[in-house]
Design a protein around this ligand. Sequence first.
Ligand code: BDR
Ligand code: CA
Length: 316
Amino acid sequence: MKKMILDLDTGVDDALAISYALGSPEVELIGITGTYGNVLMEQGVRNALAITELLGHPEVKVYRGLDHSSTTDSFQVLEISSFIHGQNGIGEVVIADSTRDAEDTPAVDFIIDAAKTYGKDLVYVPTGPLTNLDAAIARAPEIVDEIGRVVLMGGALTVPGNVNAWTEANISQDPDAANRVFCSGIPATMVGLDVTLQTLLTYKETQRWRDLGTPAGAFLADMTDFYIKAYETTAPHLGGCGLHDPLAVGVAVDPTLVTTLPINMKVDVEGPTRGRTIGDETRLNDPVKTMDAAVGVDVPRFLDEFMTRISTLAAN
Ligand code: BDR
Ligand code: CA
């Protein structure tokens, strides 16, 4: 069975990504590594511990990752992140803290160990900044050839960013780390805003979770309604909230959900376009493409998988 690591800045869509992974019998979630972004790393770890417990999977181990970017000394949550995900990252919904703590092993050590143990069976799904993976590659460059695949939520090939015209939120947090990962040659699929903004959820679907009458269903519905409400202010034209992070998990489970373009990419690290994901002109004609960029998604099939898997999980 495929082994999966989720690397999360556990906000609302990261929490939905956990739910999708736990609702997918094709993969074993062997660990969650914490990063910063929607919330501080510590809060994200706390959320991941509490959510896995609420969803009936207290066996999933959670690891503390790096808590700021590779070029700064500290990290502060942006006001817009709190507006979209809530101060606590899960739409201000209060759930019981887990009685468990995160593992003593740091996330970077766990990632390296997992790459060595599971090799090509391992899929690593980062849905926040790429700081942890960058640090793991710096420490153990051989994992680039060992790991099965990275399926990351971040960037965009064609559409404007969501931080500014150039930049998507996850990549913008640590463009230097993202650029090193993109140029490392690690096999990776970029699931960017081009496709995630086509996969939208509305109050109609969250009501189905509420109707399950379970604590998990109520939590998922209340948390996601907060996120949909924020989208009504920030992107009213969409008519729902973007399922960014769950789509990356969906693609990691079943790559046929998206169509992809093989293209070696880089991230701009200098000048006004810092944080932009773009084709790497020095490797554009390389016969070997180590990256794929998602360019299209089967929206009805993904939404159906998303609702079925998460509803089945939350029904118990
Ligand atoms: C990404 O940024 C975060 O706010 C979301 O969780 C998602 O990973 C979307 O740009
Ligand atoms: Ca995220």
